[in-house]
Write a protein that binds this ligand. Structure first.
Ligand code: DQA
Length: 142
């Protein structure tokens, strides 16, 4: 079982960006937490983060050729704009879970649309870093 944890723009700034919304823990803390969890499950995991939409599309396509079994994706702001990410996920047909650290449903109007939600098997919002753990568990254990 192999998973890809894919984070979009500004998620490398966790711990620095708007800590009242996203918390004080860093991107490295997030990776460590998910990595430890995957180790206990015996799951192979790869982490990618990019601030560039095309890079994220490339990582999704590469996951197909690398025979990745599941994708946990937090597309950041591209959630609300990117048909390209939706199309990439449709192209590879790898089960994906969408995660948002914050309560997007209680935030600005422009955050109420998610293109990725149209293909995601599950969307987890507002659970902080624990949302990623829930996503891993969903993809590995159903
Ligand atoms: C986010 C929510 C998005 O609206 C925002 O643009 C982000 C992070 C979240 O994890 O809560 O960058 O995806």
């Amino acid at each position: 079982m192999k998973l890809l944890i894919l984070n979009g723009p500004n998620l490398n700034m966790l711990g620095i960006r708007e800590p009242d919304i996203y918390g004080k823990s860093t991107y490295n803390d997030l990776i460590e937490m998910i990595g430890n969890h995957c180790k206990t499950l015996g799951v192979d995991v790869e982490f990618k983060q990019s601030n560039h939409e095309g890079d994220l599309v490339d990582y999704i396509q590469a996951a197909y050729f690398d025979k990745v079994d599941g994708i946990v994706i937090n597309p950041g702001a591209y959630t609300h704009t990117s048909v390209a990410l939706l199309d990439a996920l449709k192209a590879v047909q790898i089960p994906a879970v969408e995660v948002h650290i914050s309560k997007v449903d209680e935030r600005e109007d422009f955050r109420q649309i998610s293109y990725v939600s149209k293909i995601a098997k599950k969307t987890i919002i507002g659970k902080g870093f624990d949302g990623y753990i829930e996503a891993v568990d969903f993809l590995t254990q159903g």
